[in-house]
Write a protein that binds this ligand. Structure first.
Ligand SMILES: Cc1cc2nc3c(=O)[nH]c(=O)nc-3n(C[C@H](O)[C@H](O)[C@H](O)COP(=O)(O)OP(=O)(O)OC[C@H]3O[C@@H](n4cnc5c(N)ncnc54)[C@H](O)[C@@H]3O)c2cc1C
Length: 376
């Protein structure tokens, strides 16, 4: 049987382990953390993510764990709507709405469907192999794993990528994200833009809300940021202050970064996947979606012949890198601070016809027909 080693049991690594096993590979998953875990308050799954999960037979479980149908869009800090995302229209065009669910629940779904994970097995280095020899993966527990395919799904600071593609560097955006869950029933979701900072709200099942706030890094406080966040966003539109007041559990703090693209996504028998290949800023809610799409494509294209990895790269790299570029631009625009720039952004966003934003969103997400090609 063909052997695959997946490095990293994050959302991308688990999805690829599931997809490869479905395609007949004998899969070993090596994870540095013990136990494996995914910290995070909530996560938004756009229709392209759900289609990829459908190919892993996990789409309905994700929908069941998260679907709360409300509309959303973009607002100013004072609450003036600039653009609407109509949930029913999105569903008509894409076959799905946006599903927001607790990130630990999504992680648990994938973990339960994946081959067993070897936790506490951080990978130290990889011999990439070639058409004549298998790859060899070495872990810190002294393990030596031969494989016909190695999936480097070890995230933004991937040691595998750093060894083979040192030109790909982590770019700090100068922003910090705060994420939390609140005991609050949301009536409308989406993002609200201020001057240099923005807030996003999404509905969670059980009458809860997933909220994130992004601010310029140098303004992030040390210690528990909740009192500072409440003070900072006190003057924002309803329900931003109420959501922050109703926060439950810890606030997660995350400096935002993305990746300059590596020159290639494969070397010998090693393929990059997920954040290790194309870490992006979270502005379009597409990082995990793109990792799931990578997983499905890799399982379809990879064979024991390492030259097959060129087809995986050709299929996924242009699309994922385009999404990463759009995400970075969206993040930069959302963080504009200068009054003139903010006024221009407000005017342009409000003036954009709904059909044009819907078309741009559909270009980003692909079409439901793509799902046919995705079934392994
Ligand atoms: C603030 C924020 C909000 C986001 N919101 C969304 C959203 O709403 N929707 C969306 O689609 N995406 C979102 N994303 C992006 C998404 O979280 C990531 O793109 C996705 O989790 C990447 O998964 P991954 O498996 O590629 O990497 P990771 O999740 O980073 O997983 C990598 C795994 O590899 C392990 N590892 C690292 N090094 C080694 C090693 N040497 N050996 C073994 N294991 C190793 C790590 O411990 C980890 O478990 C968001 C990101 C951020 C930062």
């Amino acid at each position: 049987m063909e052997r695959a080693v997946v490095v990293g049991a994050g959302l991308g690594g688990l999805a690829s382990a599931i997809a490869l096993r479905r395609a007949g590979w004998e899969v070993t998953v090596l994870e540095r953390r013990d136990p494996p875990a995914s910290a995070g308050a909530g996560i938004a799954l756009w229709p392209n993510a759900l289609r990829a999960l459908d190919a892993l037979v996990l789409g309905d479980a994700a929908r069941d764990a998260g679907t709360v149908e409300i509309g959303g869009g973009i607002r100013t800090a004072s609450g003036r709507w600039l653009a609407h995302v109509d949930a029913a229209d999105l569903r008509r065009r894409q076959g799905d709405g946006v599903v927001v669910l607790p990130r630990p629940d999504l992680f648990a779904l994938l973990l339960a469907a994946a081959p067993p994970v070897r936790a506490g097995a951080g990978v130290t280095h990889v011999e990439p192999g070639d058409a004549a020899t298998p790859a060899v993966v070495h872990d810190e527990a002294g393990g030596r794993h031969e494989a016909e395919l190695v999936v480097a799904a070890d995230g933004l600071r991937s040691v595998v990528r750093e060894a083979f593609w040192p030109e790909a560097t982590v770019r700090d955006t100068g922003q910090t994200a705060f994420r939390l869950v609140a005991d609050h029933v949301l009536r409308a979701g989406g993002e609200s833009w201020g001057r240099g900072e923005y807030v996003g709200l999404g509905p969670l099942p059980g009458g809860r809300t997933y909220a994130y706030a992004v601010v310029p890094s140098r303004e992030a406080p040390a210690g528990d940021p909740l009192p500072w966040l409440r003070a900072r966003f006190a003057g924002w539109h309803d329900p931003v202050p109420a959501v922050l007041d109703a926060a439950v559990g810890p606030v997660l703090v995350h400096p935002l970064a993305d990746l300059t693209p590596p020159r290639a996504w494969h070397r010998g028998r090693v393929a990059l996947l997920g954040d290790a290949a194309h870490a992006m800023t979270p502005n379009l809610g597409q990082g995990a979606a793109q990792a799931f799409l990578d997983a499905v494509a890799l399982a379809q294209e990879a064979t024991t012949d390492p030259s097959s990895l060129a087809a995986y790269e050709a299929r996924r790299r242009p699309a994922a890198e385009a999404v990463a570029r759009r995400s970075r631009t969206a993040g930069a625009v959302a963080a504009w601070r200068a009054p003139l720039a903010v006024a221009l952004r407000t005017a342009l966003t409000a003036a954009l016809p709904a059909a044009a934003s819907a078309a741009a969103l559909d270009r980003l997400l692909g079409t439901p027909e793509t799902a046919e090609e995705m079934v392994p």
